[in-house]
Design a protein around this ligand. Structure first.
Ligand code: AMP
Ligand code: MG
Length: 414
């Protein structure tokens, strides 16, 4: 039997999830709170930039015509400071001291840097043997952009550079995508909440805090715990669907006697898109849609499986829902050691990102004790994706991926 039977390949899982994508509505947010949000309006220059002929070097402003006619000694008629209205030239053979950021005094068109000038009384002498070009050290009005030119576009994530542009053109609030509301239910009779002393057969809950950490900054996350009981689960699913943009359940999606999640979701009216994917870890992954098209994920409870499914499938959907123009795609990294591809299954392997001898990055697999072992994740930076081993004839076989091969890689933080 081919091991992938009944389970959909990773790309198909990804496509079915992405097909459910609907962009969330926008809201107006004060600009100081917009870092990391997705812009939903184009932003244009309110005026030409720079808005004046601007001095970009401390020195003296002269008329280039004087210099090319042989003048080297200029009478100083004043000083141009940043933040003050431009002074005017007083005619041939004169100059003004000017400071970086000041408007260029009208009538002058060239700035000699201060290091090339010697002052004698009211006169500034330009040192010989210097090459002087017309317009030098004057940042021409409108040379960066004309008024009305679009500087930012819809779908861009607001980082420091883009916030600086928005602030420069006078924006105080911006139209950005509303933060998604996510509800998470951690299922399991064995799970105890924080601060409680677990019995040896009980575990502290780590999946909901992991989800909240991965989504921190761009989603509002609320959590509940529910025991493995169909009635309690039904009630919790009602809570999980109330006013949420995305609903995630942890645990209870496998084939065990107390894995009630798939049936409970379907009886709550959620249409299953798929259950089980040809991936390791994460095989029991469940995905469906509410009648009004909102995504619902049932992720396996094992902490390593949960984290990997979250990063591989949930985070890219959330990214798309935010209206981001650039999709959250895997980048690639070189493997630092040989790994074995698995027959019929995509293998997600936690890795530590290290520096290779040539200065580039390599991914070194972190040993874990299986998908239930979170202890080995402490040094990991994310995971790599290893394609299933190809079939030879009708039989799958293990084929090694050698050190130095480039593979898709998913840092935990996206
Ligand atoms: P399940 O997918 O429900 O079969 O859970 C598999 C295993 O994952 C359980 O036996 C627990 O060891 C672990 N587990 C389940 N839920 C959580 C959780 N919320 N936090 C940490 N570990 C969990
Ligand atoms: Mg369970």
């Amino acid at each position: 039997m081919v091991p992938s039977e009944g389970k959909i390949p990773v790309l198909e899982a990804e496509q079915r999830i992405q097909a459910s994508l609907r962009i969330l509505p926008a809201e107006s947010v004060e600009m100081t709170a917009c870092a990391g949000r997705i812009l939903r309006e184009p932003i244009a220059a309110d005026r030409a930039y720079p808005p004046m002929d601007k001095i970009c070097m401390d020195g003296i402003a002269i008329r280039f015509g004087d210099y090319s006619a042989g003048t080297r000694e200029f009478r100083v008629i004043g000083i141009g400071k940043a933040g003050e209205e431009p002074i005017r030239s007083a005619g041939d053979g004169t100059c003004s001291e000017v400071m970086t950021g000041a408007p260029c005094p009208s009538g002058y068109d060239c700035v000699i840097p201060i290091e090339q000038v010697v002052y004698l009384g009211d006169f500034a002498n330009v040192l010989p043997e210097r090459s002087v070009r017309p317009g030098q050290n004057v940042h021409r009005m409108g040379s960066d952009c004309a008024a009305g030119r679009f500087l930012l576009s819809e779908g861009q994530r607001l980082n420091a550079a883009r916030i600086a542009i928005a602030a420069s053109v006078g924006m105080t609030s911006l139209k950005v995508t509303r933060r998604p509301v996510i509800r998470v239910i951690a299922t399991g009779d064995e799970i105890v909440g924080p601060g409680k002393g677990p019995m040896p057969w009980q575990l502290r809950q780590s999946n909901a805090p992991a989800l909240a950490a991965m989504m921190s900054g761009f989603a509002s996350v609320e959590t509940q715990w529910v025991r493995d009981d169909p009635d309690a689960l039904r009630e919790s699913i009602g809570w999980g669907l109330e006013g949420t943009d995305l609903f995630v359940l942890s645990g209870g999606v496998s084939a065990g006697k107390f894995d009630f999640v798939p049936a409970a979701l379907e009886s709550a009216g959620i249409t299953r898109s798929f259950h089980k994917a040809a991936i390791r870890p994460g095989k029991p992954l469940w995905f469906g849609l509410t009648s009004d098209g909102r995504p619902v994920f049932g992720l396996p409870g094992n902490p390593v499986s949960f984290l990997i499914c979250l990063r591989r499938f949930v985070l890219p959907l959330l990214h798309g829902m935010s209206g981001a123009a650039a999709p959250l795609r895997a980048s690639r990294i070189r493997l630092g050691s040989e790994v074995n591809a698995l027959p019929g299954q995509t293998h997600f392997l936690p890795v530590q990102c290290m520096r290779a001898n040539d200065g580039g990055s390599i991914a070194v697999p972190c040993p874990t004790n299986g998908s239930g072992d979170f202890c080995g994740l402490g040094n990991s930076d994310g995971f790599v994706e290893i394609e299933p081993a190809p079939l030879t004839g009708s039989r799958p076989h293990r084929s090694p991926i050698v050190a130095g091969d480039s593979v898709p890689w998913f840092p935990w933080e996206g």
